[in-house]
Write a protein that binds this ligand. Structure first.
Ligand code: HMH
Length: 224
């Protein structure tokens, strides 16, 4: 399961344990077999809507931290995809469940949620595009992997809309574009042998921390 680029595969392999905890979390398995309680799913979705607000801000910061037109284009496309596609999924599912947009927008942010997005934003504020992308990659590609696997393995249609959104060709193409952006940004700033540079280990550490914060986010989802 790959196709999201060279650097992503290396960072994921360096964070194997947390990556497994993230992509195979009990919450994910509940989406797969339909045993996840509806209340937990809706609670998660409301928190995730708030997450996506700050996540979009972090991708907007990637436009600010870009050094080429191609980087700006890739980052701004991701901002647009988040705001015009992914957040619409949340609004639509919540509306169908009787949660109005006003209620959704007024969702109080849980600390696990806040910790994650502000960690990502801080990586970008105090670092360069590489620090920011290392913190952003687990979110984008993790859901890409989860979506692909669940589309193949789901034994229930209960959460099919959610699974379809993240296994869709649009979302998968977005993951591939972010993978290419990560590879090219690394090569531009650190050279083709970016793995052998002093910064590489720190970037892998940022990727690992963001992955651990994803695990906490699923755990929060299980406790409405
Ligand atoms: C917590 C979280 N991580 C990643 C994604 C994918 O964008 C999401 N919607 N929510």
């Amino acid at each position: 399961m790959n196709g999201y680029g060279k650097a992503f595969a290396l960072m994921r392999d360096a964070a194997q344990g947390p990556w497994r905890d993230y992509t195979r979390h009990a919450f994910v398995e509940g989406l797969k077999d339909g045993t996840l309680p509806r209340a937990a799913f809706l609670h998660y979705l409301r928190q995730d809507y708030v997450f996506l607000i700050h996540f979009s801000r972090a991708w907007a910061l990637a436009v600010v931290k870009s050094e080429t037109h191609a980087e700006m284009l890739a980052a701004s496309r991701t901002v647009n995809g988040l705001i015009s596609e992914e957040m619409q999924l949340h609004i639509g599912i919540c509306e169908a469940a009787g949660i109005s947009q006003d209620e959704l927008f007024a969702t109080p942010e849980r600390p696990e949620n806040l910790a994650y997005t502000r960690y990502v934003l801080e990586a970008g504020y105090s670092g360069d595009l590489l620090d920011l992308l290392a913190a952003l990659a687990p979110c984008v590609m993790g859901y890409g992997e989860i979506g692909t696997r669940l589309a193949a393995e789901a034994t229930s249609d209960t959460y099919r809309d959610w699974i379809n959104a993240y296994s869709s060709s649009e979302y998968q193409e977005a993951c591939q574009a972010v993978g290419e952006l990560l590879d090219s940004a690394l090569t531009r700033r650190l050279g083709a042998d970016f793995r052998t540079t002093p910064r590489w280990d720190r970037l892998c550490q940022t990727f690992r921390t963001a992955t651990e914060l994803e695990v906490n986010f699923w755990q929060m989802g299980l406790t409405p």
